[in-house]
Design a protein around this ligand. Structure first.
Ligand SMILES: C[S@@+](CC[C@H](N)C(=O)[O-])C[C@H]1O[C@@H](n2cnc3c(N)ncnc32)[C@H](O)[C@@H]1O
Length: 181
């Protein structure tokens, strides 16, 4: 079967997080309270306590606790980061890990790195799951993982086997206990 090109590019919304990344997310945050953009509530890919699907519209719901966010990529992706910013500022989201991509030229990147204090750049290609996807193939974008919260040292520990963890420039010198500034 031919894999549709869209499934391997930023155009697809159905690129599911591989298990080894979910393991690192749980090693860092201990548990995931919410996946705000889940593939399914019945058979979710992410082992979160709560899932919002496209039917719920996760952008309109409260994001409480420890959040793992692998948003639908596309032009509207910044809406997800603006929502995370708001939920963090209002104290509902206490900690978050975001799987997105290295797109340093975009305003979505600027919004996200304003909030995030660490970024992990995987040292090997990340192969996503999902309907019709072929896990042997690589995506055409370079994924990155972002940490938002008060325990960046735990993120560094949990993700260092996946790739180098960088301190984001805006958070350098900022006390993570003070959260969003
Ligand atoms: C990149 S996939 C991630 C799936 C899963 N969370 C994971 O990490 O493996 C993004 C998912 O978001 C869902 N989605 C798209 N728009 C949504 C919305 N407004 N609210 C909730 N989920 C949405 C899509 O159906 C898709 O399954």
């Amino acid at each position: 079967m031919t894999v549709p090109a869209a499934l391997l590019s930023h155009a697809s919304t159905e690129h599911y997080t591989p298990q080894y990344i979910l393991d690192a997310v749980i090693a860092c945050m201990e548990a995931i309270d919410l996946d705000p953009c889940s593939n399914s509530r019945k058979i979710p890919n992410v082992p979160a306590a709560r899932h919002y699907t496209v039917q719920d519209n996760g952008l309109l719901r409260p994001w409480v606790g420890r959040v793992f966010l692998n948003p639908p990529f596309g032009y509207e992706v910044e809406d997800w980061f603006s929502k995370l910013f708001l939920e963090t500022l209002e104290g509902r989201t206490t900690e978050a890990i975001i799987l997105w991509k290295s797109a340093t030229e975009t305003s979505a990147w600027k919004t996200l790195t304003r909030l995030s204090c660490r970024v992990c750049f995987p040292s090997a290609r990340v192969r996503f799951g999902g309907p019709g996807s072929d896990e042997r193939k690589s995506p055409t974008f370079s994924p990155a993982l972002f940490y938002v919260g008060p325990r960046p040292e735990r993120f560094e520990e949990a993700f260092r086997h996946i790739g180098d963890v960088w301190i984001t420039p805006k958070s350098a010198g900022r006390d993570p206990e003070r959260g969003v500034s």
